[in-house]
Design a protein around this ligand. Structure first.
Ligand SMILES: [Mn+2]
Length: 375
């Protein structure tokens, strides 16, 4: 019988999303619970033995009690052997007084299948005749330089057991923490410490980069559902199978149901507007949080069309923010009105206007001429 683990991290329950408006904020807050719930369902449907959370289940150490209780309610539904919860750097464990974990332990006191990993000591299970050892490395603070994995070096390991390290922090080469503020680990250190596999959190992007395979000593869960427009994946987690204390295969799961989409376009013709409209029509207005960044030059009529289009798009999407930087288009009548025929300015602008390959040039030249004539 294989040992099956679902691995997640960086769920950031209670993330405030302050930059968004109320409705969007609620949608995003809610999605983090729902995606966790979908992941538990997937774990149950796949008969997973363990559900491992490698840090930052919560967004902060002061997350509201109702959020903690709701999270515990979701985790309790896991039907496997145990849910293992590691404090990360956002929800670090600095002793029994740490608010989030005090409340978490109170909320989960009746839940025998939830194990909070606050100490650096081996947690052992016997499952289907196999021994599984977990080596938790909880974060003691929000930032830190001391390697959280060091304690494992001196610990006696059962070499016939499946040995799984659980840690949260930056990994050199994977993250971008140039100052080593986030418990930086190196791949050689992780590989040399004598464990079968590492289940890590902190970097919100999954590692390995392949969606399935059979060889990797370390896994970065990635955030389970997108948290900003910077998130390029659709939410991730891992389904891992081990046999005879070795990794047999891994598969990426995608529990997320929302997507941040930024459309950055330069508009010059009616065609560009209908093209924009078409792209927006192809997106799911309930799943996509749309962010339009529109620039370019349009005539008055074209600008009216654009405003109608934006109104249609905004009515369709639950969330759509628009950043507009549209300049008035320089056309032949603008040139004729401003510059007498035959002047250098008129000839230059008319020539540039005829060059449809470079629609920005005529506007740029016009701006420069205005600047010179005003100085
Ligand atoms: Mn983190």
């Amino acid at each position: 019988m294989p040992i099956r683990i679902v691995h997640t991290a960086d769920n950031h329950i209670g993330m405030p999303f302050r930059q968004h408006e109320d409705e969007t904020r609620n949608q995003l807050l809610e999605e983090r619970f729902e995606a966790l719930e979908r992941l538990i369902d997937t774990a149950n449907n796949n008969h997973a033995d363990f559900f491992v959370i490698s840090g930052d289940l919560f967004d902060s150490t002061r997350v509201k009690t109702p959020y903690i209780e709701r999270t515990v309610g979701i985790l309790t539904k896991f039907t496997g052997t145990s849910v293992l919860v590691l404090p990360g750097n956002h929800d670090f464990y600095a002793g029994d007084d740490t608010e989030v974990w005090k409340r978490f332990q109170k909320a989960s006191s009746e839940c025998l299948n939830i194990e909070l990993l606050t100490t650096t000591s081996v947690v052992t299970f016997e499952v289907s005749g196999e021994t599984v050892q977990f080596f938790p490395c909880p974060c003691p603070s929000k930032t830190g330089k001391d390697p959280v994995i060091a304690w494992i070096t001196d610990v006696e390991k059962t070499l016939s057991a499946l040995r799984i390290g659980i840690a949260h922090g930056n990994v050199t080469g994977l993250g971008m923490d140039a100052n080593d503020h986030y418990f930086t680990m190196t791949m050689p250190d992780l590989e040399a410490i004598g464990l079968t596999t590492w289940l890590l959190g902190h970097i919100h992007v999954p590692f390995p980069t392949t969606t399935s395979g059979s060889e990797s000593q370390l896994f970065m869960a990635g955030t389970h559902t997108p948290d900003s427009v910077r998130c390029k994946h659709s939410g991730s987690a891992w389904l891992l199978d081990f046999e005879e204390s070795q990794l047999k295969n891994y598969k990426r799961l995608s529990p997320g149901k929302i997507k941040f989409v930024r459309i950055d376009r330069s508009l010059h013709h009616l065609n560009d507007i209908s093209e924009l409209q078409k792209i927006c029509d192809s997106l799911d207005p309930h799943a996509v949080l749309l962010d339009l960044k529109l620039s370019g030059q349009l005539s008055t009529d074209e600008q009216n069309e654009l405003h109608k289009s934006i109104e249609t798009i905004q009515n369709r999407f639950r969330t759509c923010t628009v950043d507009l930087d549209i300049k008035n288009k320089i056309d032949s009548s603008t040139i004729a009105t401003l510059y007498p025929q035959g002047t250098l300015a008129e000839r230059l602008l008319s020539t540039l206007l005829a060059d449809s390959q470079h629609p920005n040039d005529v506007t740029l030249a016009h701006d420069l001429i205005q600047e010179i004539s005003n100085s």
